[in-house]
Design a protein. Structure first.
Length: 174
């Protein structure tokens, strides 16, 4: 049985996280018929370039966790401290902004290990609620979050290129 390790990313991980972010987002969404290639490409060029990721890593409000399986980057999560949206009820919120696994590792516990590490981190830092936005056309992710105790509390718009998409807002009390 392979062992999954989770570690907090550092500034030295900007290239690794850029590659991981780009690949996992592409794998998750590129082949969905509702995503126009030009919108996906536009968003990904903005969100997943090394300069952008390095800037996010330098911001103390962002916490990146990297999962490794057999020494290979297998997935990552990004938490953002202190953000909130209408519908989220919290005094000390933390947003689960991203949680992605490489396709080859889906079903091997990478996502659950990352989720558990996010919960542990949030509780250790006295957050009362974890919340997230998940695409309305991503039932697999929605089921994963429901299994982990999240419940739907609203909706918001996620701008993918020129396409305003609807994300379900979900939260879990910690």
């Amino acid at each position: 049985m392979s062992e999954i390790s989770i570690r907090q990313a550092t500034a030295d991980d900007s290239k690794l996280l850029t590659d991981l972010s780009f690949t996992t987002f592409w794998d998750a969404f590129a082949h969905h018929p509702k995503n126009a290639p030009e919108d996906l490409n536009h968003y990904m060029r903005q969100a997943f370039n090394e300069e952008q990721i390095a800037s996010e890593l330098a911001d103390d409000a962002n916490i990146f966790l990297i999962a490794e399986l057999d020494g290979k980057p297998a997935g990552y999560a990004k938490l953002i401290v202190g953000t909130i949206e209408p519908g989220i009820t919290a005094a000390r919120p933390v947003e689960l902004n991203r949680l992605y696994s490489h396709q080859e590792f889906i079903g091997k516990g990478v996502g659950q290990n990352l989720m558990d590490a996010c919960f542990e981190r949030a509780q250790r830092h006295d957050h009362d609620v974890m919340w997230l936005g998940v695409w309305e056309y991503n039932p697999r992710a929605q089921a994963f979050y429901k299994k982990n105790g999240f419940r739907e509390v609203g909706k918001h718009t996620f701008q993918l290129g020129s396409d305003p998409q609807t994300d379900l807002l979900m939260q879990r009390d910690l």
